[in-house]
Design a protein around this ligand. Sequence first.
Ligand code: ATP
Ligand code: MG
Length: 140
Amino acid sequence: MKPQTFAILKPNGRIVQGMILKQIKIAGFKVIREEVRTLDMEVLREHYAHHVDKPFFQPMADYLVSGSSILLILEREDDADPVRFLREMVGKTDPKKGEPGQIRHDFGVHHPTVIFMNAIHASDAGEVEEEIARFFPNHT
Ligand code: ATP
Ligand code: MG
C-alpha cells in the first residue's frame, strides 16, 4: 500500500474548502477518501488531547463544530512522502507566520491573537495511522 496522509479542511464554507482541495489535487495528491462531516466535541477531545487544558481549546472546538469539515485520506501520485509534502504546503500553525502560497497563509485568518482558524489540519509524521483510525474507523 502507498503511504497516506490525513487532512481536515476546517469549517470555512464550501467555496474556500473547494479551492483548497483543488490546490491539493493540482499538487499531485490522489483523494482516497473524502467525507463531509460536522465534527463533534468527543472526537475533538481525543484529536486535541495535547491541547484540552489550554485556554484556546474551547474557542477552537466551538469553531470546529460550527460547520462542515471535509475529511480526507490522501496519497501521492508520485513517490514523494505525502506527510512531508502536505505539511510543507500547509505552512506554519499560525497563518500570519506562513509564506504566501501556503494554504494556511492564504486561506487562514490573520488575527493578532487567534490562530486556530487556520483552514486545515494535516497529520504530522507518526500521527497518520492513529488519526485515520480515529476519523475513518472503517478504513482498512
Ligand atoms: P495541526 O495539528 O492542526 O495540523 P500543528 O501541528 O501545526 O497543527 P499543533 O500544535 O498540533 O499544531 O496544534 C493543533 C491546533 O491547535 C493548531 O492547528 C491550532 O488550530 C491550535 N493551536 C495550537 N497552538 C495554538 C495557540 N497557541 N493558540 C491557538 N491555537 C493553537
Ligand atoms: Mg499537529
